[in-house]
Ligand binder design. Structure first.
Ligand code: ZN
Length: 322
């Protein structure tokens, strides 16, 4: 049997924002409850046992450092999430461990909502990887769904460096890749989707079982998660915005909906497909409860307020590790 490959996973700060509880969980006791939450990003470091090549990937870039640089329609929504800040951002977080954006091979975006996109242009040489169907949100070809959070920045990602994953069920084939400089790199993201444990579509990007992109539909077109094998018996599951409150994972709460204040009669949900989102959550929940051959799976979602506040995870921020 070939030796097993593992990766190291390091939390990075990506600023913070404030979420009104009524948009996320149901039922709620207090209509006006709000909580200030982090927007977590992560550095994943992989060294190939075969070639020795070190690859560094960032999962999500958090909130933009200069909020005023968001387009006007996004900025208006950002201001409804105060207190909100894009600092410290991923660039500062990397520097704490002696790295700079030029050390980063790829940025995988869980999805393209404003609080996960940061400032992509800070990373001049990185590939940008998005899930199936996400590219159409930023190339102007798709109309936004209802809800103030669903505004997207046209031209956000340099198309020369953009890699859009294929849809599960279709033959491997990259949606968008134009620059031949990425020939070496793009192969990682051109793997077939396969079933893995309870996950219906997982992509083993390095081909050694160390990092899987998990198709996690529901929150937004192209929403993806990362399953990282950190040691013999332990996986870290980076859940992005599959859910925004630990009580949704435990099953104590349901996904919320609300009436659109601008378009009467339109029901909004923080997820574009509530049914798919609920299914994604239940798969993650079942995996945590019964990880089987995976050993143990720790789930970290992007906006977990307790993760940062309790202090017990402070040593897991880069250069510390999960
Ligand atoms: Zn988010």
């Amino acid at each position: 049997m070939p030796p097993k490959s593992f990766v190291s996973v390091h939390a990075l700060s990506g600023g913070h924002l404030t979420l009104p509880e009524r948009f996320f969980v149901s039922p709620i006791d207090d209509e006006s409850a709000r909580s200030t939450v982090p927007s977590l990003s992560f550095l994943v470091e992989h060294r190939s046992l075969e070639t020795g090549r070190l690859t560094r990937i960032i999962f999500d870039l958090g909130i933009r450092k200069r909020l005023q640089d968001y387009p006007a329609d996004i900025y208006r929504h950002v201001m409804t999430r105060q207190p909100v800040s894009g600092e410290p951002d991923t660039v500062v977080s990397l520097a704490r461990g002696g790295l700079s954006p030029t050390d980063i091979d790829a940025i995988i975006f869980s999805h393209l909502h404003w609080d996960h996109i940061g400032t992509p242009s800070d990373y001049p040489y990185s590939a940008y990887v998005v899930g199936p169907g996400a590219a159409s949100l930023i190339d102007g070809s798709k109309k936004s769904a209802a809800g103030g959070h669903n505004h997207f920045e046209s031209g956000l990602l340099d198309p020369q460096r953009l890699i859009e994953l294929s849809r599960p069920g279709l033959a491997p084939g990259l949606g968008v890749v134009k620059d031949p400089d990425f020939a070496n790199f793009k192969q990682y993201f051109n793997q077939p989707w396969q079933r893995l444990h309870r996950f219906e579509a997982a992509m083993d990007i390095f081909g050694d079982g160390s990092v899987y992109i998990i198709n996690a539909p529901g929150h937004l077109d192209g929403h993806i998660n990362l399953l990282c094998h950190v040691d013999e018996k332990r996986y870290i599951y980076l859940a992005g915005d599959a859910f925004h409150d630990a009580r949704l994972l435990s099953g104590e709460k349901e996904i919320a909906t609300w009436d659109d204040p601008v378009y009467p009669g339109v029901t909004c949900c923080i997820h574009v497909d509530k049914v798919a989102a609920a299914r994604t959550i239940s798969i993650i929940r079942d995996t945590v409860r019964d990880p089987g051959e995976l050993g143990s799976v720790e789930v970290v979602f992007a906006h977990d307020p307790r993760w940062q506040q309790t202090g017990k995870n402070s040593g897991r921020f880069f250069p510390g590790a999960l």
